[in-house]
Design a protein around this ligand. Structure first.
Ligand code: GDP
Length: 471
């Protein structure tokens, strides 16, 4: 772990400031690599949940309340994004969940604009998979620093050297192993902490021994000793600057399911992951230590209560000390909002918060005023940049079964466009609504939600256009 003298200048600038304690990150992975399991275990350390399994259980309870989530249940995928706030070891974490399904990449992309770092989870038996690579590329666009967690070591895995080389070559990233596994599957004995010469013991037959640490471990097995020497010589040592610049990824081996290697990972995030960076904006970047509040909306979500049409906008704070009841100005429209019920999201519950700091994510309930990409400030004209907007790849004409419901349809489409579920176009002269989405699954979500929440039955027909452009 780095001592404070070794920390970069950006951390020194935040020394003593609550923003300096924030670690706002996401987990990127291919479906099934273990993101949900790892999230649970991280939250256990944060004391945010006391029983592993609560994340999913709670998610299911919430989903059950909301009709449109039936789609998710049927397909067994997660299409929502949530935020989890927890504290551990003196640091304050904001973990942003990214939806797993490929078609929901828009949402995921935007979520990744709101984090300062990421954890990349890789299934040890599978290595780098398609979606991991895609998400990694998005992180790279902003040089987001990445810590790698190679999961499921309790199962037969690929050779660890092969895994590291695969990460390095497919992602063009330097890798620096922090721990080294001995065996995998039935033969997995634990990991050796390369920097501190400790052995973390994993015992399949005696689960109580999982996580036991032997200090000053003398490696008895000559093959393993040789391998450790090879690994030490063959890979670059961890370098904080290089990690922070997004060039080098420290790598941990473990098993999320067995809560093995998770503490080491969390300690590394606390010690190394960057606190909020200056936020690119026009006409000037925003420093987290500025006294005035600014932030941007990266997601808008329908309130789960179908009887209410209000929305929750997720605001990533970039500067200032946010206080409940503050007035913030929406850039572009100059509308002033009094934020009287800002929400902080924990694993188990949500709470009205009195204050929040850069790096934190607060939910702002509103009636469709706030949109994805909005900048809010205390008055200064600033536009936060870098939140992507996507050109739709699939266009459909919306046909209404009952023509008397055109008003409801319009309302529904406007609401869902605000959430970023679809984009809506109208032909220049009259005609049907045209909706645009990036992935097929979004069409299902659109149809189901329009029916369930607005009681309007629609048919989505191929549109007579190939592409739509804003004019
Ligand atoms: P996600 O799709 O990335 O969120 O993956 P999940 O966390 O839902 O995990 C996918 C499956 O892998 C589940 O059945 C988990 O129980 C299992 N799993 C996760 N971590 C481990 C691990 O460390 N070892 C083993 N053997 N299974 C794991």
């Amino acid at each position: 772990m780095p001592d404070s003298a070794a920390l970069p200048a950006s951390d020194a600038r935040l020394a003593g400031h609550p923003a300096g304690l924030r670690r706002t990150f996401a987990i990127i992975s291919h479906p099934d690599a273990g993101k949900t399991t790892l999230t649970e275990k991280l939250l256990l350390f944060g004391g945010a949940i006391h029983v592993a399994g609560a994340v999913k259980a709670r998610g299911e309870a919430r989903r059950a309340r909301s009709d449109w989530m039936k789609i998710e249940q049927q397909r067994g995928i997660s299409v929502t994004t949530s935020v989890m706030h927890f504290e551990y070891g003196g640091a304050v974490f904001n973990l942003l969940d990214t939806p797993g399904h490929e078609d929901f990449s828009e949402d995921t992309y935007r979520t990744l604009t709101a984090v300062d770092s990421a954890v990349m989870v890789i299934d040890a038996a599978k290595g780098i998979e398609a979606r991991t690579r895609k998400l990694f590329e998005i992180c790279r666009l902003r040089d987001v620093p990445i810590i790698t967690f190679i999961n499921k070591m309790d199962r037969e895995s690929k050779d660890p050297i092969e895994l590291l080389d695969e990460v390095a070559s497919t992602l063009a990233l330097d890798v620096s192993p922090m721990t080294w596994p001995t065996g995998s599957g039935q033969n997995f004995k634990g990991t050796y902490d390369l920097a501190n010469n400790r052995m973390l013991v994993f015992d399949n037959t005696d689960k109580t021994r999982i996580g036991e640490v032997i200090e000053n471990y003398q490696i008895a097995d000559s093959n393993f000793a040789e391998e450790v020497e090879l690994v030490r010589a063959g890979y670059p040592a961890f370098d904080l600057e290089s990690y922070r610049a997004g060039h080098l990824s420290p790598v941990f081996f473990g098993s999320a399911y067995n809560n093995f290697g998770v503490k080491e990972l969390l300690d590394a995030i606390a010690a190394w992951a960057p606190p909020p960076r200056p936020q690119p904006a026009e006409p000037r970047p925003i420093e987290p230590t500025e006294p005035k509040v600014s932030g941007f909306v990266f997601k808008v979500q329908a309130n789960m209560d179908p009887n209410h049409r209000d929305r929750i906008a997720f605001l990533r704070l970039c500067s200032g000390k946010f206080r409940r009841g503050m007035k913030l100005t929406q850039m572009g429209t100059s509308k002033v909002l009094s934020v009287n019920s800002p929400i902080l999201f924990f694993a188990r519950e949500r709470e009205i918060v009195e204050e929040a700091w850069p790096g934190d994510i607060i939910g702002i309930p509103n009636h469709g005023v706030l949109r994805v990409g909005d900048t809010l400030t205390e008055g200064e004209t600033l536009k936060i940049v870098g939140i992507p907007n996507f050109a739709p790849e699939i266009l459909r004409r919306v046909r209404l079964e009952d023509p008397m419901k055109s008003k409801q349809l319009r309302r529904a489409l406007e609401d869902l466009a605000e959430e970023g579920v679809t984009q809506v176009f109208r032909r220049v002269i009259g005609g049907d609504h045209i909706v645009g989405v990036v992935g097929e699954l979004q069409l299902d979500v659109l149809k189901t939600r329009v029916e369930a929440e607005y009681n309007v039955h629609i048919d989505l027909a191929p549109a007579p256009f190939e592409t739509a452009r804003w004019i």
